[in-house]
Design a protein around this ligand. Structure first.
Ligand code: 5GP
Length: 176
């Protein structure tokens, strides 16, 4: 049971269930994008591990790049989305798949979608490993969802608590 910054976490989704879900998502995405020019854009920092595994589960030629936004401060959403690193790859006319670790309020993803749409891609879809439906404040159309979870704070598999916990193999939840 990991302790991070004096808080206790317990396993919520274990590494086996994560791997199975990532492979399922990769299989569906590969089928949907067969023959298309696929540009995967992963949102740093949290999605680095998911992007690494998901991209290997998509058995297609694809480009993978990263952007960095951040709206989270410690354990709750700040409600303010800041852009840190922009996109360097050409998105115009290409099929863009945004890779996100978790969608909470949806503010970050709404902002990113607005920015990406302006680049005139052929299509834009979102894959998120985790979604907190009860926290959503935006009307988002998310095509690929790994797990819908309750509105609790999770760490592990790339997700952090003030920088720590990203390297946990399982997704863990704050103990109640
Ligand atoms: P949103 O803009 O949807 O509220 O928040 C999206 C971002 O907040 C995610 O990319 C992630 O970085 C962070 N986030 C949301 N919920 C959690 C959570 O339960 N745990 C962690 N570690 N980060 C979260």
């Amino acid at each position: 049971m990991p302790t991070i910054h004096q808080k206790n976490f317990e396993t919520f989704i274990d590494s086996v269930a994560i791997a199975q879900k990532v492979n399922e998502l990769g299989t569906v995405i590969a089928k949907d994008y067969k023959g298309k020019d696929l540009l995967c854009i992963a949102i740093l920092n949290g999605s680095y591990m998911f992007a690494a595994d998901l991209s290997r589960a998509i058995n297609l030629p694809l480009e993978l790049t990263f952007i960095k936004y951040n709206s989270y401060r410690s354990m709750e959403s700040s409600g303010v989305v800041e852009k840190f690193i922009g996109l360097t790859s050409e998105a115009k006319g290409r099929h863009v798949l945004l890779i996100e670790d978790i969608i909470d309020t949806g503010l970050t993803m709404t902002e990113i979608l607005n920015d990406i749409q302006q680049l005139q891609p052929a299509s834009v879809e979102v894959v998120t490993l985790l979604l907190k439906p009860s926290a959503l404040q935006e009307d988002l159309d998310i095509k690929y969802i790994g797990f819908e979870i309750e509105n609790r704070f999770v760490v592990g598999y790339g997700l952090d608590f003030d920088g720590y916990g990203r390297n946990l193999k399982d997704i863990c939840v704050l103990q109640q």
